[in-house]
Design a protein around this ligand. Structure first.
Ligand SMILES: [Zn+2]
Length: 145
């Protein structure tokens, strides 16, 4: 944001020319021009903001319009994504087999996903397991017969 001070040119509405024109600032109060001199008619008058200013106020007004596709760098990864799942000491870790039946808070060891904790029972034959790489839904209590 440019510093507004006497001598700087700004766009303002000229009360004499009746249009938006470049004005030279004569007086500034609180970083706002209060008195300006029209560069066209050289009349001095109180500052008036441009009527058809191309710059909308920096409000959240247009925030819903077309979100940029660029990723938001400030976004923190969700805790679910990058949590390190570590079994508490002494806990029994069951080697995962889809034919076995598991219950909540059991620890299992999966040959692909590693060690995880059963966080949810999904339906009657699925479990959601929290692994270090994220939650996975696995089948359990399934018998191929
Ligand atoms: Zn003027």
């Amino acid at each position: 944001m440019p510093v507004l001070r006497a001598g700087v040119e700004v766009d303002a509405y000229c009360t004499r020319c009746k249009m938006d024109l470049t004005h030279k600032i004569i007086a500034v109060v609180g970083n706002k021009p209060v008195k300006v001199e029209c560069r066209t008619c050289y009349g001095t008058h109180n500052y008036r903001p441009p009527k058809s200013g191309p710059v909308p106020p920096p409000r959240a007004e247009g925030s819903s319009a077309r979100a940029p596709s660029a990723p938001r760098p400030a976004r923190k990864p969700s805790a679910e994504d990058h949590v390190t799942v570590t079994p508490p000491p002494g806990v029994i870790i069951h080697p995962y087999r889809m034919s076995d039946k598991y219950s909540r808070d059991q620890w299992i060891s999966h040959k692909v996903f590693g060690t995880g904790c059963v966080s949810l029972l999904v339906g009657t034959d699925k479990i959601e397991v929290r692994f270090s790489g994220g939650a996975k839904v696995l089948v359990h209590d399934r018998h191929d017969d």
